[in-house]
Structure formats: C-alpha cells, structure tokens
Design a protein around this ligand. Structure first.
Ligand code: BG6
Length: 487
C-alpha cells in the first residue's frame, strides 16, 4: 500500500550520474515495494533536447543496471511509465514557464520535490527561476546536494539566495550518510536501551574512532576532487554528522528540530583547532601508486584532470574534541581516505581500562572493551571484551558478542537515497541538515583548510591499498591509542 502522498519529483540534472546511479534506482525500489503513490510522477530535466523515448533509452542503459531487475520485469515497466523528460536550461526563464505548464502550474495541494542534482553554482538561479513562475509555494520542497559551497562564506551565500525564495522548512540539505540504516540504528541503540547510556560519557569512554575508508579512487571526478579534497568531500559533512550521532544528548522528541538542535549543540561545542595545532591534530595524506584488491592502481597525481604536484588530500585524519560535560577530554579520531585497504565505515567506542588489572594480559589487551558499530559493508555491532582462556591457569583472551543485522531480519534494507527521498516526499526533515548545522560544521573545518592552504609542505604519502600514511597511526599513538585494525 502506498504510504506517500501524490507527488511530482522534478530532477534537475536528470541526465547526470547521480540521477542514473542513485536517484532513479532508489525511486524504483520504493515503486516496487508499492510505497509510492500511484499518482507519483517523475520529471527529469536536462540541458540537451531529447524525446521521452531517448531519455528512457538512457535510463535503460545507465540506470536499470543499478537495479536488480530485467527490463521486461512488470515492476520496471510500471516504474518507467511514471517518468517523463523536459529540456530545461536553468539560465532560461522561458524554460521554467514551460516547466510550470508541464506541471499544470503546480497544484498547491500536490507535493512537488525539486531535486537539485546539479553543480551547486546553479542552485541560486534555479531557485530564483522556480520562484519567478510561482513554483515555490508551500507544497514545493527543494533538495540540495552536497557540496554546498566551498567554505563558510560560499555556503552562506548559497543558503541566503535559496532562502530568498524558500522557507527553511522547504529546504532539504542531503547528507546520504544520515539515511543509512545503520546510522538510524545508532539512534535506536543509544536511545531505545538503557544499557549503554550510563557508560556513554567521559568517565567510561577513553576515545572514539570514526572511519570511512574507500577502495575507490576519484573515479573520473579528478576535476571536482582537485578543488574539493577529502576534508570538504567527506569530513565536513559525513564524518561530522556521524560524530554528532554518537555525541548528541538524547533529544526530547523525535521531531526534526529536536534532533537537529542536539546535533547543533555538539557542532558548536567542537573545540576549535587553531593554526598552531593543525600539524599535531590533523593529517593530510595523498595516495601513491599501489594495489587495491590485488589490482595495480595509479597514484592520485596520475589520475585524469589532476595536477602534477597537487597537494589535494585524498586522506584526512583529525583529532577532534568536544568541550562539554559529557565529552571533555575524550578524543574523537576521525579519518577518511580514498584507495584504502578495504571499503569500511565503522564507529569504535573504546572504553577505559579497568582501574586495577588482576589478570595476566598481553599489553595490547588493556582497554579491550570496545563497541564496534560497522556501518558498511556488512552492517553489524560487536561488543569486544575479555574472557578466560580455556584450560589451566587464569589468562584472559579477547572475545566478542556479534550482532549481525543482516541475519536478524530478512526484510530488504532500504538504500540511503531511498529512505531520504521518501522522507522528502512525506515532508520529514529530521535526516536533513539545517542551515545552522552546516554553518557550524564549516566554521570548525575552515581554520584547518586555511592552514593547509598556506602550508607549502607536501601531503603525507601513502601507498594505495593501505590504511593511510604512518602519521595517521602516530596521531593516535600520542594518546596511547591505535586504530581498530592495528589492535
Ligand atoms: C560522497 C562523496 O558524498 O560519498 C564520494 O562525494 C564518496 O567521494 C561517497 O565516494 C561515499 O559514499 P558511500 O555511501 O559509498 O560510502
């Protein structure tokens, strides 16, 4: 049974990679589940003229392979019927008039989602042109893809322009990490159980590690990546949002603003990293040639559209601290990198050692109590602790309790985009970033970016297919800690 209202999903950048690889397959899965209202329509927009049939051919070639069905599958045939195509140049007001006509002026009772899967520099003109033809009435929602700006000033400028035409309640700033099942689960585990809450604080937690490692390189996006780098691409948004989910206080309700208020408090409490602390609290790395999964791969500087001698970071590690009563003194080590040894996203909560050790233990086992929340690839939670080694004597050995979410339920897991798109259609803002959160995140990362920009030193090199530069391990060892995979 459909659980969304009737809607028009208008896809700006409708012929682009994001729409083909993520958005259409996500909408298809909801269609197949019967979640989408029968009157839900998808209107893809593209700069180049094409007929509906030509567009559908592109969808068949570039999007359907990302679903698990054949083109003859009745569910796919039914889905394709929802799709239409319109040529639109975002700088041409007349094209927006045509859009309004196609949507019959935009029924103010009917939900209209404008997904801006375009370069962010087009956001302001798209929003202004939508408003000029009246397509900014309260039932219209705009979805803004990241990266939203390059720094605080440019992100603020985009947000102010968009805010001239749309209210904050109409703006959905997407961070797809928040749509991941396991991130939702983190909320459930923290706030649905009493077990961890008493331990979830500085008295019992030694440090927290958050890793998003990718095997992929820049995948033909060299030009974008050169200007962006890992800090802007992943840390400013995904890693900081995960940090908020770990560190936030329980919200009073599940209302969007109750959750976002708590996340904002965490972002505002992040201890600034001053220029003179950047060398000791951050690591800027870049991969050299190596092998990933047994296959040789080139260095970042050999990728297309990447400058020789580029200092753009493909790896970043940061020691963050939160200045509040719950977390003061607890380091949060964040890291992300391209071309690393494995694809892995994981949060590790590392508890303190026992005050007095009664048992013979190899050194590395001090502080062996860890809660490991694996977000991907295989979603699971494991609790690591020490137990007696069987047999004579009293020696301890590490062991763990494993909760594998894939085996606890055989229900299909929704992809992040699928969940987030349904939330937009239903008008649920909780998993989207509010403007003040975004600004607070930029404010914190900006001094790091600026210091790096002024610094002539080369990035720290790492071989593709490893866990990053040696400096990343040193960042933790200064606090007597090690990355989880090194234990
Ligand atoms: C995107 C980044 O936001 O996240 C990409 O722009 C990155 O560079 C991607 O590859 C990673 O997402 P996921 O869901 O595959 O971990």
């Amino acid at each position: 049974m459909s659980t969304t209202p009737a809607f028009d999903m208008v896809l700006f950048g409708g012929t682009g990679d994001l729409v083909m690889r993520k958005i259409l397959p996500a909408l298809f899965e909801s269609h197949r589940d019967g979640t989408l209202h029968p009157q839900g329509r998808i209107l893809a927009l593209g700069r180049k003229a094409a007929t509906r049939e030509q567009y559908l051919q592109q969808v068949e070639q570039q999007s359907r392979p990302h679903t698990r069905v054949e083109s003859t599958d009745p569910s796919w045939i039914g889905f394709v019927e929802r799709i239409d195509f319109l040529k639109l140049d975002s700088s041409q007001p007349a094209d927006f008039e045509a859009l309004a006509r196609q949507l019959q002026g935009g029924d103010p009772q009917r939900v209209m989602v404008c997904y801006l899967a375009t370069a962010p520099r087009l956001f302001t003109e798209i929003c202004a042109n939508l408003a000029a033809v009246g397509l900014n009435h309260p039932a219209v929602r705009v979805v803004l893809e990241k990266p939203l700006g390059n720094d605080l000033a440019s992100s603020d400028a985009i947000n102010s322009e968009v805010a001239r035409h749309f209210g904050e309640q109409q703006i959905y700033r997407i961070d797809h990490y928040l749509g991941k099942e396991s991130v939702q689960n983190l909320m459930a585990i923290r706030f649905g159980n009493v077990l961890f809450e008493p331990l979830w604080r500085r008295d019992w937690i030694d440090h927290v590690q958050i890793t998003i490692a990718e095997e992929l390189g820049v995948e033909g996006r060299g030009e974008f990546y050169e200007k962006t780098g890992a800090l802007r691409d992943m840390l400013q948004n995904h890693l900081l949002q995960l940090l908020c989910m770990v560190a936030m206080e329980p919200p009073a309700t599940l209302d969007a603003d109750a959750i976002r208020d708590e996340k904002l408090k965490v972002l505002k409490a992040l201890k600034p990293i001053g220029e003179n602390e950047v060398p000791s609290r951050t690591v800027r790395g870049q991969y050299r040639a190596g092998a990933v999964d047994g296959k040789p791969v080139v260095a970042y500087q050999q990728e297309a559209d990447v400058a020789k001698g580029s200092h753009t970071e493909t790896f970043v590690a940061v020691k963050a601290e939160i200045s509040n009563w719950r977390w003061s003194g607890v380091p949060f080590f964040l890291r992300t990198g391209k071309r690393m040894q494995e694809r892995l996203a994981e949060i590790v909560i590392s508890f303190r050692s026992v005050p007095l050790s009664l048992f013979a233990m190899p050194g590395g086992l001090q502080g062996a109590n860890r809660l490991v929340i694996r977000l991907q690839p295989a979603e699971r939670i494991s609790l690591h602790f020490l137990a007696k080694e069987p047999g004579d004597g009293m020696r301890l050995q590490p062991t763990f309790l494993n909760l594998d979410f894939l085996s606890t339920s055989n229900r299909r897991r929704a992809d992040a985009y699928e969940r987030l798109l349904l939330d937009v259609i239903r008008g649920q803002l909780g998993l989207f970033m509010r403007r003040d959160e975004l600004a607070a995140a930029w404010r914190w990362v900006e001094p790091i970016l600026e210091t790096w920009q002024r610094d002539p030193a080369e990035p720290k090199w790492y071989t593709a297919g490893t866990w990053g530069p040696a400096a990343s391990s040193a960042l933790l060892s200064r606090d007597g800690a090690s990355w989880h995979e090194e234990l």
